[in-house]
Write a protein that binds this ligand. Sequence first.
Ligand code: BES
Ligand code: MN
Ligand code: ZN
Length: 498
Amino acid sequence: MKISCRKKTAFNSRKEAIIIPVYKNIETLKTLTGKRIDDEIASIISSDYFNFEDKEIKSFYIEVKKKLKRIFLVSIPKDPEDSRFYLELGARFSKIVRQDRLTSFSIISFEDLYMEKKELSYTKSFIEGLFFGLYKYERYKGKKENFNFEEVEVITAFTRLKKYVDTEAENWNTAFENIYMARDLINTPAMDLTPEIFAGFIKEHESENFSVEVLDDKQIVERGLNLVKTVGMGSANPPRFVTIDYKGDPTTEKHVALVGKGVTFDSGGTNLKPTGSIETMKTDMSGAATVFAVAKLIRDVGMKINVKTYIPLVENTIGGCAYRPGDVLTSAEGKTIEVLNTDAEGRLILADALYTARLTDPEVIVDVATLTGACVVALGSHCAGLFSNRKFLAKNITDISDDLGEDIWELPMLKAYEKRIKSDIADLRNISKQKGEAGSTIAALFLKEFVDNWPWIHLDIAGPAYLEEEHPIFGKHASGFGVRLIYTFLEKYYKEQH
Ligand code: BES
Ligand code: MN
Ligand code: ZN
C-alpha cells in the first residue's frame, strides 16, 4: 500500500474519501480541513447523527469541485490513548474499506489534534490496524475478492510527523509483507506445507548476507539432532532442520538467536489428539513462521544486527514408524529423555534447537512456540505466555508488548517443580508427574534444561497464533502475532551493539 504524507488541507485531497478524527467540544479544524468542510463538520457533530461513541465512524458526502467526496468522522477521546486504541480503530476502518471497496483515502493525522504532540505513534498504529484488517487468505478460493486497497495519504501540519512518515512508511510496508507471509504459512494446510516444502520456501529467500542451511533427515542424524529425528520418524514427510544466518553487522561476531517450533502437523502422535483439538494443528508451526518472518524482515530493512535462526521442522504423526510412550531418547546435548506422551513433542524438537543455538554464544535466545494448551487455558487466545531466566529481559519485552497491542504475560518457572520432570530411568521425562498442573510452566522448565542459563526468552503463543474468533486487531485465523513484538525488541535492545 502506498503511504504518503502531505502538508495541505483535507479540502484539497484527491483521494476517494477523507477521514477526520473529532472529539467532543472540538473547536475548529479549519486549518486542516478548509472552511467548507469545517462548517459541514460543525453541523454534523451538533446533530444527533454523530454521538461521539467509542470509536464511532460515520460518513457523509459533500460536494468539492463539483464532485461528491465522502467524509468519515471518527470519534476519538480528547487526550491521546495508548496505541491499542488506534490499532483497533484502523482495524475497524479496514472493514469499511473492504465493504465499500474504497481504494484510497486521506486521513488527518491524530497527532494534529492533540496539543501534546510528543508521540508520533498514533497515525502509525492506525495504519498498522488497517494493514492487519486488510489481510485475506484466498489461496483455495475459487472466486477471489478481486479488491486491492492502494493508498493512504496522511494530512498534517506537523513537520516532525511528515518526516517520520516519509522515512518510515517503506519499512511499515516491509513489516506487513513479512507479517502477511507468516500468516499465509500458518494458514496453509499441512499437506501443502510439509517440512520439506517449508524448508524449500525458506531456502528460496536466501541472499548474500542471509544464508540458509537446510539439513535433511540424514544430516539431522549425522549432527546428532536425535529429538528432531525421532519426533519426525512416524511421518512419510521426513523432518528438516533449517538454520538461517543473517549477517547485518559484519564488524562483530555478536548475535542474537531465534528458535521457532515448526510442527507442520501435530496429530499428537501415538497419544492421538481427540476431535475438537486436532482440527487446527496445521498451525503448530506458527513459531517457525514467526521467527522466519522476523529474520527476513530484519534482512529486508537491512538492520545492523546479526541474527541466527534455528527452525526444526517435523510432522508429528501416528503410525507404525512413530515413536512411542516409554521410548528413551538421547538429545543432541547428551541428556536422556523418557517420552511419556508423544503429544509433548514441541519441547523435544526445541530442546535440540536451543542446544544448537547456544553453541555459538548468542547475546540472547528467543524461542517462539505453540507449546501448550495449558497456556490457552491460563491466558486465553489474546495473550501469549512469557518465560525468561532474566528479570530485565522479561521487563523489556513486556514494555514493548504494551506499546504494540501484542499482549504477553509472565508466568513463573518455579524451582520446586523441576523435580517433576526428572525420570526414574532417564535424566528427564517430557511430561510432569503431576497430571493437570501448571502445564506451561512444566514445558518451560523442560526447555530451560537445554538453555544452560544463557539469557533466554520463551514465548508460548498457543493462544494468539491462531484465532478462531474475531480479534479486534488481528481479525480471524492466523494472526501474525509476535513478528512486530520480536522485531521491535531486537531493534530496541540489540541493534548496533558492540
Ligand atoms: N501443539 C500443542 C499445543 C497447542 C494446543 C497449541 C492448543 C495450540 C493450541 C502441543 O504440542 C501439545 O500437544 N501439548 C500438550 C502437552 C501435554 C501432552 C503435556 C497439551 O497442551 O495438551
Ligand atoms: Mn503436541
Ligand atoms: Zn505441538
